[in-house]
Design a protein around this ligand. Structure first.
Ligand SMILES: NC(=O)c1ccc[n+]([C@@H]2O[C@H](COP(=O)([O-])OP(=O)(O)OC[C@H]3O[C@@H](n4cnc5c(N)ncnc54)[C@H](OP(=O)(O)O)[C@@H]3O)[C@@H](O)[C@H]2O)c1
Length: 342
């Protein structure tokens, strides 16, 4: 099966390439597509060098599965072109997530929405990969919804700079060095990526503001969690913050259930859900630095709100480049191919 990565030179695209190299169902080297900026850049795949090419209308001619990770503008332009040429696009951007006809997939939760590609079938299509912080919240929320019915989800995220791509990492590195050298004072906007200084700081703002006071990232968590869980009635609120962490998003979640759930039962439900681990004791939690390179979602600090056996509080951590982006996309691609992602 011929595959392609659009945005191959980016943080997520390079992670996708590393993951594809491990998949036995990927027989041919993937086609690496970028903008003109990175065309000609070499990237390693299974010990040899592949060259990035500028994306063009004819790029998708023989491609069956195309992993897109090049931002919403490029996705809006190229996903219909790829799908019309017979490719199935797994799109990592926000471009298609809200379209009713486009499945928004976390394989462990709603993987049944992914069709299996048949030999000789010519049709293509688009499947959306959810927002990175939504994916890691969706897994424990799906587990709790099935076990005890979710009524409300309230979440505060602490999102790493790699969620803003390579330039987000570069901005934190540059500011950290300037701060250490005494060259940076105050918290005004010193770089193009984040709205305030991110080094040694926390910024309660991701994406653009809306009239209702929520920012774009918070709206994504609200809309996407409802769509993934097929729960349009679910009450969801989010406060999204950017923190000076290289990789790994964290979230503090308050989940209101339809019936009381004992702590031991909740630990078993969460830890038994595919792709999730759950710490049973108060200090058995993970931090972003500990989960870098780990494709699972880690739940910890599980406890009841005082006086409420139907309200659970917990901490969720995952590598945003893996389960939050590239791994989830490769899992979807594997389902399309009728294979197991590894
Ligand atoms: N980082 C995360 O944790 C994360 C998680 C979930 C989803 N996402 C989404 O994944 C996408 C990429 O994120 P990233 O973190 O990998 O960003 P990144 O490091 O900035 O990489 C962006 C990639 O997209 C390519 N690109 C940009 N504009 C293009 C265009 N017009 N035509 C073709 N290629 C273009 C770039 O190619 P050039 O090198 O040629 O510019 C580069 O390969 C974004 O939509 C982001 O929202 C990211």
């Amino acid at each position: 099966m011929r595959s392609a990565i659009l945005g191959a030179s980016g943080l997520v695209g390079r992670t996708m390439l590393d993951l594809l190299a491990r998949q036995s169902w990927i027989e041919m080297p993937p086609l690496l597509l970028t903008s003109a900026r990175s065309a000609g850049q070499p990237l390693r795949f299974r010990g040899s060098e592949l060259i990035c090419r500028e994306v063009a209308a004819e790029s998708f001619a023989s491609v069956r599965v195309a992993l897109f990770s090049a931002g919403a503008t490029a996705s809006r332009r190229w996903a219909p072109v790829a799908a019309a040429s017979g490719a199935w696009v797994v799109d990592n951007s926000s471009a298609w997530r809200r379209e009713a006809s486009v499945p928004l997939v976390v394989p462990e939760v709603n993987g049944r929405l992914v069709p299996r590609l048949e030999e000789g079938e010519a049709a293509g299509g688009i499947i959306a990969n959810p927002n990175c912080s939504t994916i890691q919240i969706a897994l424990p929320c799906a587990a709790l919804d099935r076990a005890a019915g979710l009524r409300e989800v309230h979440v505060t995220t602490m999102q790493s700079v790699s969620g803003a791509g390579q330039k987000g990492r570069d901005e934190l590195a540059g500011q950290s060095a300037a701060l250490a050298a005494g060259e940076l004072a105050g918290a005004d906007r010193p770089g193009p990526v984040f709205p305030r200084r991110i080094a040694a700081n926390v910024i309660p703002e991701i994406g653009g503001p809306g009239d209702d006071g929520f920012f774009e990232e918070e709206r994504k968590v609200h809309d996407e969690l409802r769509k993934i869980l097929a729960r349009p009635d679910l009450a969801v609120t989010c406060t999204a913050t950017r923190v000076p962490v290289w990789t790994g998003h964290s979230a503090a979640v308050r989940a209101v259930l339809s019936r009381p759930l004992e702590r031991d039962e909740a630990v078993a439900v969460l830890g038994g859900f595919p792709g999730v681990t759950c710490g049973a004791t108060p200090a058995d939690y993970r931090t972003p630095a500990e989960v870098s390179g780990d494709a699972r979602v880690h739940v910890g600090r599980l406890r009841h709100e005082p006086g409420r056996r139907d309200v659970l509080l917990f901490w969720v951590v995952a590598d945003n480049l893996l389960k939050g982006a590239a791994w989830n996309a490769v899992q979807i691609a594997a389902r399309l191919a009728g294979a197991e992602a590894r």
